[in-house]
Design a protein around this ligand. Structure first.
Ligand SMILES: [Zn+2]
Ligand SMILES: [Zn+2]
Length: 243
C-alpha cells in the first residue's frame, strides 16, 4: 500500500507512543495504519454471513426457512424493520470494541474503519439520514466520546448518506445493560429516547457498535416512529451471538 506523507507522519508519531506491535497478541508486528492489529489477528475476525434472520440479522442455521424470523424475533415486538451487522462480536472483535469504548484505545480506529467496509445496508431503500444511537450526556462526558458517532462518520462516507446526530436524544440515564436479561433490558429502556422534532418523517438507519438483544435499537426506533418515521433500520459494526 502506498502511504501518503500524512499517514507516514502519523505512523511515525504513533510509533513513539506505541511500539509497532500487535496490541492483541503482543507477538507480531503491526503498524498504526493497521490499527495495531497484526495480519494474523485480523484474519481471526469473523464477518457475518448468511443465512441470517431477515429481520434482526442474527446468523441462523442453514435449515431455517429463509423468511422465518429467528427465535428472538418471534416473541419480541421489534420496533425496527431490519438490522444487519458487519462482524460477529466474538474473540478479537469483542476485545477491540471493548478497549476502544471503555479504555479509549483510539489507535484501533483505522482497523475499525476498514471493518466498516464489510457492512451491507439492511434494506435497498434510500435513507434520509444515519442516526448514531446517542449516549446519555452524562455517560458521554464520562467516556469522552460516543463510539456510535465515530462509526456513523465511517458509514456516512462509505454509503454517502448524511448524518443527523441531533434528531434523537437519550433522556434517561440507564446503567450498563450487560448483565440484564432481554426483558429486563426492555423495561430498563422504556422512555430512554425521545425525538427532538415532533415530526421526523423519513427513513432512518440507526448506527451502533454492537447489537446484543436489540432492545436499545428497538427503543430508539420506537421514539423515531412515534414522531413519524416511516422506516427505521439498524446497522452495527458487530453482532453479539446468544450462543
Ligand atoms: Zn496479533
Ligand atoms: Zn431475528
Amino acid at each position: 500500500m502506498i502511504q501518503s506523507p500524512l499517514s507516514r507522519w502519523i505512523d511515525t508519531a504513533l510509533a513513539i507512543a506505541y511500539p509497532e506491535q500487535c496490541q492483541l497478541c503482543e507477538q507480531h508486528s503491526a503498524t498504526a495504519t493497521q490499527g495495531y492489529v497484526c495480519r494474523s489477528c485480523q484474519k481471526s475476525l469473523r464477518p457475518t454471513k448468511p443465512p441470517w434472520c431477515h429481520q434482526c440479522g442474527l446468523p441462523v442455521s442453514a435449515n431455517q426457512p429463509p423468511d422465518a424470523p429467528c427465535l428472538n424475533c418471534r416473541d419480541t415486538d421489534r420496533q425496527f424493520h431490519q438490522a444487519r451487522a458487519a462482524f460477529t462480536a466474538q474473540g478479537p472483535m469483542r476485545e477491540i470494541i471493548h478497549r476502544y469504548k471503555y479504555d479509549q484505545h483510539e489507535f484501533f480506529e483505522p482497523l475499525l474503519k476498514q471493518c466498516c467496509l464489510q457492512a451491507t445496508l439492511p434494506s435497498p431503500t434510500t435513507y434520509t439520514a444515519l442516526i448514531p444511537i446517542p449516549l446519555h450526556p452524562t455517560k458521554e462526558r464520562e467516556r469522552g466520546f460516543n463510539q456510535a458517532d465515530r462509526l456513523a462518520a465511517f458509514f456516512a462516507e462509505l454509503f454517502d448518506i448524511p448524518i443527523n446526530a441531533g434528531l434523537l436524544k437519550r433522556v434517561r440515564f440507564t446503567e450498563t445493560q450487560t448483565h440484564l436479561s432481554r426483558s429486563q433490558r426492555l423495561r430498563n429502556l422504556r422512555g430512554a429516547f425521545v425525538c427532538s422534532n415532533s415530526t421526523c418523517e423519513g427513513r432512518f438507519l440507526l448506527i451502533d457498535d454492537v447489537m446484543t438483544t436489540g432492545a436499545t435499537a428497538s427503543a430508539a426506533a420506537h421514539a423515531l416512529k412515534k414522531a413519524g418515521a416511516q422506516q427505521v433500520d439498524v446497522l452495527t459494526l458487530a453482532r453479539a451471538l446468544p450462543f
